[in-house]
Design a protein around this ligand. Structure first.
Ligand code: CA
Length: 228
């Protein structure tokens, strides 16, 4: 298991590396975001442990950059303060989990194990087969969805991407920022309202009762969660 650690604080970095290595992880440690991004682009890691406050590029910018590289490596963000703003910033920035400083090493190790377990359980969705999302069958090759009620509809690229994004992330909260980045990417940014409208449309396919969704769940203040 390989972990990329990005932390500018010498003492914390030393402690984290030592504890991870003692637990059997191979650790690459960078003190700044630019170096971390180049290393991440060139190599494979099972987890990123990322300090939010870095000189130069911030942890948030590093998280965004690594997400853009299109790899689903989980990110554990280390936040400086135990306040709501820092947590929201971390999760919105693409972190899968966060830990507030000061934290205990056993807690760090437990979070690391949980994230790696979760990411290894997550299934990659092959694009050449039918994928079930809630009650709907998505044919990624033909760009068609067969809704729960048996009706078929053609899918736009973005509708298909959103369905596959949900299928790839069962049980995980996807923020609107995640969805924007994964589905719209570099294209002209839609408003959050646009995402909500897409979800309304998708619910008509995947839900038995679209007004009482059981599969594409609104997580108030965050975004959406897909429950298979
Ligand atoms: Ca720092």
């Amino acid at each position: 298991m390989r972990i990329l650690l990005v932390e500018d604080d010498h003492l914390i970095g030393t402690m984290v590396r030592l504890n991870l290595e003692t637990d059997g992880y191979a650790v690459t440690w960078h003190r700044n975001g630019e170096a971390a991004i180049s290393t991440f682009a060139a190599d494979r890691f099972d987890l990123l442990v990322l300090d939010i406050g870095l000189p130069g590029k911030s942890g948030i910018e590093v998280a965004r950059a690594t997400r853009k590289l299109g790899v689903g490596t989980p990110i554990l963000m280390l936040t400086a303060r135990d306040d709501v703003d820092s947590k929201v910033a971390a999760l919105d920035g693409g972190a899968d989990d966060y830990l507030c400083k000061p934290f205990s090493m056993p807690e760090l190790l437990a979070r690391v194990r949980a994230l790696i377990r979760r990411s290894q359980g997550s299934l990659e969705v092959p694009t050449d087969q039918i994928v079930l999302v809630g009650g709907a069958a998505v044919d990624a090759q033909r760009h068609v969805v067969r809704a729960r009620n048996g009706e078929e509809a053609d899918l736009s690229d973005k509708e298909l991407s959103l369905l596959l994004l949900l299928a790839r992330n069962p049980g995980k909260v996807l923020t609107r920022a995640d969805i924007l980045e994964e589905v719209w990417g570099m294209d002209a940014s839609p408003t959050e309202r646009t995402i909500d409208n897409f979800v309304v449309k998708i619910r008509r396919w995947v839900e038995g009762e679209p007004d009482h969704p059981k599969h594409v769940i609104t997580v108030r203040g965050w975004g959406y969660r897909y429950d298979p």
